[in-house]
Design a protein around this ligand. Structure first.
Ligand code: PLP
Length: 286
């Protein structure tokens, strides 16, 4: 089915949507993005994504393409036009183009490029992969130093995912100076003796929208949460582990670098958090 997508104020069939070849998102990865989940035809944590988008734009001195209310309308309209019950809305804002390639930013009044499209993902919540759990490899984190800004510079994370696939695994965790930063496209956690451990927020990791919600829900459920640096060896010796992201929610991890965690199946805390998160997400979706 041909999707209807959004480009700079227009709703178009995907085959007719166009962006300039001089767009700085295309030439320089000078663009930021957000991915919002859709469950039951409604948006999950739209507010969190809108706030983080604004922060990413501010950090890069990029203009806001429209108001938060307009963004919400565009998201909702695309979900409706494309009949999405479970899936994702991808949003990208780039610094636009003044018709040539230059390292110098175009003038501040150059309009940003705003693109949104939907991805239909039936079974997103009832994902069989979550019942099996993910197998992880660890690789060196060689990304740039502002991972808190959600830019489209995704080549290394994408390569990491391919390294994992080549090793017969599902994903990679990134390690810098001996400590795990995060997954290729998710935040990373392990559980030992009932305590959930994850790296504290800084410029070194993305401030996950799902991370924030899951940490709050874990505390509300009287689970112990500790934010500190941790090594891959600690994670390998854990009782269980998991990742969080807007598109995979809470994903149990059952193996790290060939070492099975616990009995090699999704752990009780990860399974419980996935349940609690999905329950709350559906209730608060808009
Ligand atoms: N860390 C990285 C590097 C990511 O790319 C993502 C999501 O794309 C996350 C963490 C999880 O963030 P969120 O929960 O907002 O999807």
């Amino acid at each position: 089915m041909t999707r209807t997508v959004y480009v700079n104020g227009e709703y178009l069939p995907e085959t007719e949507a166009k962006v300039s070849i001089f767009d700085r998102g295309f030439l320089m990865a000078d663009a930021v993005y957000e991915v919002t989940s859709v469950l039951d035809g409604k948006l999950i944590d739209f507010e969190g994504h809108a706030v983080r988008l604004k922060r990413s734009l501010d950090e890069l001195d990029m203009a806001e393409p429209c108001t938060k209310e307009e963004l919400l309308d565009i998201h909702r309209k695309l979900v409706e036009l494309n009949g999405i019950d479970e899936g994702l809305v991808y949003l990208q804002v780039s610094r636009g183009s003044d018709g040539d390639r230059d390292f110098v930013f175009p003038s501040a009044d150059t309009p940003p490029t705003l693109v949104l499209f939907t991805q239909n993902k039936p079974g997103l919540a009832d994902n069989p992969a979550a019942k099996k759990g993910a197998k992880i490899i660890s690789i060196e984190d060689i990304r740039w130093g502002r991972r808190d800004i959600k830019t489209v510079q995704l080549l290394y994370p994408s390569m990491g995912k391919m390294m994992a696939k080549k090793a017969g695994c599902d994903d990679a965790w990134l390690v810098e100076d001996g400590f795990v930063t995060e997954g290729t496209s998710n935040n990373a956690y392990f559980v030992k003796a009932g305590k959930i451990v994850t790296r504290p927020l800084s410029n070194n990791i993305l401030h996950g929208i799902t991370r924030k919600a899951v940490m709050r829900l874990a505390k509300e459920a009287q689970m112990e949460v500790e934010e500190r640096l941790f090594t891959i060896d600690e994670a390998k010796a854990a009782d269980e582990a998991f990742t969080t992201s807007a598109s995979a929610f809470v994903m149990p991890v059952v193996e790290i670098d060939g070492v099975a965690l616990g009995d090699g199946t999704p752990g009780p805390i990860a399974r419980r958090l996935r349940e609690i998160y999905l329950d709350e997400a559906r209730k608060t979706a808009i």
